[in-house]
Design a protein. Structure first.
Length: 100
């Protein structure tokens, strides 16, 4: 993707004194991430990304977000009570998966 990953874009903004605002790009990026996750969870079986973080969100020239790195993603069947296998980057893991 033309702009690279979200982490790098945010770092470049900080270094250059530019701040993304909700009115220009943040709301679009968040919406695209939510739509991608909703789509993955609507499949049968559902796909659980398990490593959602800014490095795994790619942006094109229009700041449209796409999810990447499905290396540890997993199919989840509705009959499964929980997911017990290893998870992604600990800083980004949902608190309920850590037992907090």
């Amino acid at each position: 993707m033309e702009r690279g990953d979200l982490s790098t874009v945010l770092q470049n903004c900080r270094e250059n004194g530019y701040q993304l605002t909700w009115s220009d790009h943040k709301s679009t990026i968040v919406l695209h991430i939510a739509e991608a996750l909703a789509y993955l969870h609507s499949l049968s079986p559902k796909i659980i990304h398990r490593d959602l973080k800014s490095k795994n969100v790619l942006l094109n020239d229009e700041m449209e977000a796409k999810l990447s790195d499905f290396g540890i993603s997993r199919e989840r069947f509705d009959t499964e009570a929980s997911m017990t296998a290893g998870m992604g980057t600990s800083f980004w893991i949902a608190p309920e998966l850590l037992g907090l």
